[in-house]
Every structure is written in C-alpha cells, then in structure tokens.
Ligand binder design. Structure first.
Ligand SMILES: [Zn+2]
Length: 59
C-alpha cells in the first residue's frame, strides 16, 4: 500500500496524504492558520504594491 507524502504548505512538515483529514496541511491549526494568512495577504496586496512604488525614505 503506497502512501503519498506531501509537505504541509504552512509549516513544511511531511504528512501522509491519504490519511490526513486536513490535507494538504498537517493539522487543523496549520489549515486555519494558512487560510487566515492567505486572506490577510490578499487584503494587503494593493496597499503593499503602492508602498513599493513610493519610497518612504526621501533621500
Ligand atoms: Zn503544518
């Protein structure tokens, strides 16, 4: 019986795909944490891009 192993996208831990209810994450904590970060970063993207265009340090 082959088991596919993947790395948890959140913490990088190796997890077995077939038996993991939280796949591709290693745990419910990582799954929730990653989704929260993804949502937060999505909201931040427009603001971040503007900050990259404008140099906050005037020389
Ligand atoms: Zn994890």
């Amino acid at each position: 019986m082959k088991q596919r192993k993947v790395n948890c996208p959140s913490c990088g831990k190796i997890v077995v795909w077939e038996t993991n209810p939280f796949r591709p994450f290693c745990s419910e904590r990582c799954k929730t944490n990653d989704l929260a970060q993804w949502a937060t970063e999505s909201y931040r993207i427009p603001e971040t891009e503007q900050n990259l265009d404008q140099d906050p340090k005037e020389q």
